[in-house]
Design a protein around this ligand. Structure first.
Ligand code: HEM
Length: 419
C-alpha cells in the first residue's frame, strides 16, 4: 500500500494536513450548530438559513476534505506531479476566509451585504483548484477511468460554482430575470452529483480496492456508469435552467442508472476482497454504502409520490450518513499513512515501526462509529416524524462523535512527534 498511496510526486504532508485539520474543525462546528436547526425540520425549501448550514457542512467539511485528499491522490492516480503546490496553499487561505464570510452572510440577515465578497473569494479559490488540476492533466499519458471521473468532475465544479456565484450575486443585487431557483437547482445537482459524487466514484475505485485488497475485478459497470452520469447530469442541468420537465425525467433516469452501476461496482469489489477483517474503516464503508443505497431508493419513492418529508429524510441520510461516513472512514486510513510515511518510512529496517492501525485509538474510533450511526438514524427519524426531541437527541450524539473524530485526528497527528 505504501507504494500505491505515496509517490515522490505527492505534495508535502503539511499541505494536506492544513485541509484535513480545517475539515475536522468545520465538521465539529456543523455538529454543534445542527441541533439549533430543530425548528426547520417541518419542511424543506431553499432558504438563506439552510444555505448557511449546508455550505458550512458541504464546503467546510466535505469539499475541504476532498480537496486535501485530491492533492495527495491526484499525483498517485495520474502518476504525474501536481502542477503547483503554491496554488494549493493560496487556495486554502482564500477558501477558509471566503467560506467563513459566506456562511455568516447567509446566516445573518444584516450581513447579507458581505455575501458577494465571501462568494467571490470562495469562487476564485475553487478556480485556482480547477486550473491547478487541469494544468496537471497536460502531461497525462494514460486516461484511466478514475482520471476520467476526476477530469469531468472538475468541469462540473467550474460550471456549477459559476451558477452558485450568479445566484449569490443575485441574492444581493437582484438582477436576474428568470426564477433564481432554476439556477440554484442546477447548481445543487452540479456540485453534489457532478463534483462530490463523481469524485467519490473515481477515487473509490482506487482507494477501496487498495484498502480491502481486491484485484483483477471487472470495471465495466463503472465505465458505463461514467457515461450515464455525465450525460444525465448535463441534461439535468439544462432541464433545470430551461424549466424543461420532460428532459429532467429522462436525465433523472440516466443518473439513477449510473448510481445503480456504481453500487454494483462496489459490490463486485466488496465480494472479491481478500481482507475480510471488519475494522473501523470497513464498518464505515459498509454503513456509508448502506446509507447511499437507502437514501437514493427513498428519494425516488418520495419523488414519485410527492412526499416532501420523506424526501428531506432521504437527503439528510445522504449528507450525514453516506458522505460523513465515507469521509471519516478514509481519514482513519489516509491520515495515519501520511504521518507514518513522513515519520517512520526512513526508519524501516533500522528499528521497529508501528502498524497503521496502531496510530488510531481503535476503541475511540469504534465508539465514534456507533455514535455517528445511531445519532444519524435517530435524528433522521426525528425529521421523518417531525419530532424535535428525537432530532436534537440524535444531533447531540453526532456532536459528541465529532469530538471523538477530532481526538483521533489529534492522536494520529501527534503520534511519534518526538522522534
Ligand atoms: C462559490 C461557491 C458557491 C456559491 C457562491 C454558492 C451559492 C449558493 C447560493 C446563492 C445558493 C442559494 C441560497 C438561497 O437561495 O438561499 C446555494 C444553494 C446551495 N448550494 Fe451553493 N454555492 C457555492 C458552492 C456550493 C458547493 C461547492 C456546494 C456543494 C458541495 C453547494 C451546495 C448548495 C446546496 C446544497 C444549496 C441549497 C441550500 C439550501 O438548502 O437552502 N454550493 N448556493
Amino acid at each position: 500500500m505504501a507504494k500505491q498511496l505515496a509517490t515522490e510526486m505527492a505534495p508535502p504532508f503539511n499541505l494536506v494536513a492544513h485541509y484535513f485539520i480545517a475539515g475536522a474543525f468545520f465538521y465539529m462546528l456543523t455538529s454543534f450548530v445542527l441541533p439549533f436547526y430543530a425548528d426547520e425540520i417541518g419542511g424543506y425549501f431553499v432558504s438563506s438559513s439552510l444555505a448557511s448550514l449546508s455550505h458550512q457542512y458541504l464546503l467546510g467539511f466535505v469539499m475541504i476534505m476532498i480537496f486535501g485528499a485530491m492533492y495527495q491522490l491526484v499525483p498517485v492516480i495520474l502518476e504525474i506531479p501536481l502542477f503547483s503546490k503554491d496554488f494549493a496553499y493560496i487556495q486554502f487561505y482564500m477558501y477558509v476566509v471566503g467560506l467563513s464570510i459566506m456562511t455568516f452572510a447567509f446566516g445573518v440577515d444584516k450581513l447579507l451585504f458581505l455575501l458577494p465578497y465571501g462568494a467571490l473569494l470562495v469562487y476564485i479559490s475553487m478556480l485556482i483548484f480547477t486550473v491547478n488540476i487541469f494544468l496537471t492533466y497536460r502531461n497525462l499519458q494514460r486516461w484511466s477511468i478514475s482520471a476520467k471521473f476526476i477530469f469531468v468532475s472538475n468541469i462540473f465544479l467550474f460550471v456549477s460554482v459559476t451558477l452558485g456565484l450568479i445566484a449569490a450575486l443575485n441574492l444581493y443585487y437582484g438582477f436576474l430575470e428568470i426564477d433564481v431557483l432554476q439556477l440554484v437547482h442546477a447548481h445543487i445537482a452540479g456540485v453534489l452529483i457532478g463534483y462530490v459524487l463523481m469524485t467519490v466514484m473515481g477515487v473509490a475505485l482506487v482507494l477501496i480496492p487498495m484498502f480491502s485488497l481486491s484485484h483483477g475485478f471487472d470495471e465495466k459497470p463503472i465505465e458505463r456508469g461514467f457515461y450515464f452520469v455525465s450525460i444525465g447530469l448535463v441534461l439535468y442541468m439544462v432541464a433545470m435552467i430551461g424549466a424543461l420537465g420532460w428532459l429532467a425525467t429522462i436525465a433523472e433516469a440516466l443518473i439513477l442508472i449510473s448510481f445503480g452501476l456504481f453500487a454494483y461496482q462496489m459490490w463486485i469489489i466488496f465480494t472479491t476482497r481478500i481482507r475480510k477483517q471488519n475494522d473501523f474503516w470497513a464498518k464505515n464503508m459498509m454503513a456509508s454504502f448502506a446509507f447511499f443505497i437507502l437514501s437514493i431508493v427513498i428519494f425516488v419513492i418520495a419523488s414519485l409520490f410527492g412526499l416532501d418529508q420523506l424526501r428531506m429524510f432521504a437527503g439528510y441520510l445522504f449528507f450525514f450518513g453516506f458522505l460523513a461516513m465515507i469521509i471519516i472512514g478514509h481519514i482513519y486510513k489516509v491520515l495515519p499513512f501520511l504521518v507514518w510515511y513522513q515519520r517512520y518510512s526512513p526508519l524501516v529496517g533500522k528499528q521497529k515501526v508501528p502498524m497503521l492501525n496502531d496510530m488510531v485509538v481503535e476503541k475511540v474510533a469504534d465508539w465514534q462509529f456507533w455514535l455517528t450511526f445511531a445519532g444519524t438514524v435517530i435524528s433522521a427519524f426525528g425529521i421523518l416524524i417531525v419530532n424535535q426531541f428525537l432530532f436534537i437527541a440524535g444531533t447531540l450524539m453526532m456532536a459528541v462523535s465529532a469530538f471523538l473524530v477530532l481526538y483521533n485526528i489529534y492522536y494520529t497527528l501527534t503520534y511519534g512527534k518526538d522522534l
